[in-house]
Design a protein around this ligand. Structure first.
Ligand code: ASP
Length: 324
């Protein structure tokens, strides 16, 4: 026992040390928009909360078991893409021609590696295609049929476009077309995103979307554009955006959040707030989630609501929809 005692002490000291080192954090969004408590029935609220919670648990358990932020982000986003509730994967909003045209991107803060796909119509989980582009091609950004050919080569699951199309989104497009309204900012947001910090100190950010309802002419938004809708740098933060993509592209939104931290030493929270203020100034609407290398979390938006959630290794957890 005497000889064991120093070993036991060493074990407890080291495990205590390891625990203080092993911080992880995870933040998710499911889109920003005109959600108001009074107008969303409670059962609908519950459905969203349940799915956000499922995604959060998935990512949390990966990180808690020493998994990589890259895996956590991909798996969280796959849960949200597979759910018909969000504007990503199944349940995506429809383009003017009635098809689902999907965009996704992913970026790692450790080495600034990134991958993205846009305008894809047959890849079941666009976020996994974005990851494959990053890991198994010499490119960053693939589009349309070329991206699908690549995904097929990579052995990713392919589906018919009808898989993505839900009755709800079909009706939304038809209503919009009937009113002959051009796309306006409305409650069709529901893009999904995730940023994770793993126990190795690496940050990954990812975003996946069907874009804006009634989009035309092969329109691509900010979500698959590295630096606009998604960005990650271990020295600063990871960022995923949701909102009216044209404005986010013009601001270089996600990269600008990182730059505000790098060049002006703002906190992640201040940087996100400052960027959302810039968005408001140029007439854009939407939201952003981000976290820094300490696991500090920011969730800012200028819309009435944003589906959002986070969890941390400390046990802290939050799920919210509205602005209250
Ligand atoms: N940012 C997406 C886009 O413009 C839409 C959204 O986040 O709701 O394509």
């Amino acid at each position: 026992m005497k000889t064991l005692l120093p070993l036991l002490i060493l074990f407890f000291v080291l495990s205590g040390y390891a625990q203080t080192k092993q911080n992880y954090a995870l933040v998710i969004h499911g889109g920003a928009g005109v959600m108001v408590r009074e107008k969303m029935p409670e059962d609908v609220q519950k459905k969203y909360v349940k799915t956000l919670d499922k995604a959060l648990r998935k990512g949390d358990s990966i990180l808690a078991h020493g998994g990589k932020s890259l895996d956590a982000v991909e798996q969280v986003i796959r849960v949200l893409e597979d759910s018909p509730l969000f504007n990503a994967g199944r349940g995506a909003v429809l383009a003017h021609d009635g098809t689902a045209q999907l965009d996704a991107s992913i970026m790692q803060g450790a080495d600034l590696s990134a991958g993205a796909v846009c305008g894809v119509k047959e890849i079941k989980n666009p976020i996994s295609a974005a990851r494959a582009v990053m890991e198994h091609s010499e490119h960053v950004f693939l589009s349309g049929n070329g991206a699908s050919d690549f995904a097929r080569q990579q052995g990713l699951e392919m589906v018919r476009n009808s898989y993505f199309i839900t009755e709800k989104q079909k009706n939304s497009l038809n209503e919009l077309l009937k009113k002959e309204r051009e796309q306006t900012i409305n409650d069709k947001h529901g893009t999904v995103g995730c940023v994770a910090l793993d126990t190795y100190g690496n940050i990954t950010a990812g975003t996946s979307t069907g874009g804006m309802i009634n989009k035309k002419f092969g329109r691509i938004g900010d979500s698959p554009v590295i630096g606009a809708g998604t960005y990650a740098n271990n020295q600063t933060c990871g960022v995923s955006c949701t909102g009216h993509g044209e404005y986010y592209i013009r601001l270089g939104f996600a990269r600008d959040v990182s730059a505000l931290m790098e060049y002006r030493q703002l906190t992640v929270q201040q940087a996100c707030r400052a960027e959302i203020d810039k968005l408001s100034q140029i007439g854009g609407t939407g939201g952003v989630i981000a976290l820094d290398r300490q696991g500090n979390i920011a969730m800012e938006f200028n819309t009435p609501g944003m589906f959002r959630a986070y969890s941390k290794s400390s046990g802290e957890k939050f799920i919210g929809i509205f602005n209250d």
